[in-house]
Design a protein around this ligand. Structure first.
Ligand code: G3P
Length: 217
């Protein structure tokens, strides 16, 4: 499963990119606001921090205006992936952009039928929002499972990009469900490596090693 970082904080991206575990970045208007930075400038910087897809979201609601914004964003870097909302206008823009060979991430997906439409529109990625469904006591992971079945039934190439991930369990469950990508907040990524028994075991190993008085170098 590919890991994208879900943030526009370039310090966080730089730190995680150095681990070699990151395959791309997703942003959205709320994350851009949170960064406090100019949209195009921060996307440019992010595109220099990773070779993978960097999702930059349009803000227009009508297809023509979406395509005009997309052309502006595509000028920033070759790894810009245009993020479009799951609306009829967004799907029309998705078809036009993917027909031209550009990457598109269709976002704000909350149903399997929406995901089916995105695949038919040629989306590179579909972003089902797990956490926001969970917030409404709807099983967000069931959506990932349903989309996986539908996409496999028809060999759709659209990649399932599990989004709105809030916990380490969301990451594990997304991998179990067969998501192609998970876009994960930095804090959740960092937490994936943590386990108290790992810490405890390492401490015990090093304490015993110290007793030997030896060193490897
Ligand atoms: O990529 C979408 C993600 O940023 C949304 O997450 O926590 O706002 O639902 P959240």
């Amino acid at each position: 499963m590919k890991f994208f970082v879900d943030t526009a904080d370039t310090n966080e991206i730089r730190e995680l990119a150095a681990t070699g575990l990151i395959d791309g970045v997703t942003t959205n208007p709320s994350l851009i606001v949170k960064s406090g930075r100019d949209f195009k400038e921060v996307i440019k910087e992010i595109c220099e921090l990773t070779d993978g897809p960097v999702s930059a979201e349009v803000t227009a609601l009508e297809t023509g205006a979406m395509l005009a914004e997309a052309q502006e964003l595509l000028k920033i870097a070759k790894n810009v992936c245009i993020k479009l909302p799951l609306t009829i206008d967004g799907l029309k823009a998705c078809k036009a952009l993917t027909d031209e060979g550009h990457m598109v991430n269709v976002t704000l997906c909350f149903s399997a039928n929406q995901a089916l439409l995105a695949a038919k529109a040629g989306a590179t990625f579909i972003s089902p929002f797990i956490g926001r469904l969970d917030d409404m006591n709807i099983d967000g992971m069931e959506l990932i499972e349903d989309i996986r079945i539908i996409y496999d039934n028809y060999d759709f190439e659209t990649e399932i990009l599990a989004a709105s991930i809030r916990t380490a369990n969301h990451v594990k469950q997304s991998a179990m469900a067969g998501a192609d990508v998970a876009t994960i907040p930095p804090a959740v990524i960092k937490g994936l490596a943590k386990h108290p028994l790992t810490d405890k075991g390492l401490e015990a190993f090093l304490a015993d090693w110290a007793k030997t008085g030896q060193s490897i170098l």
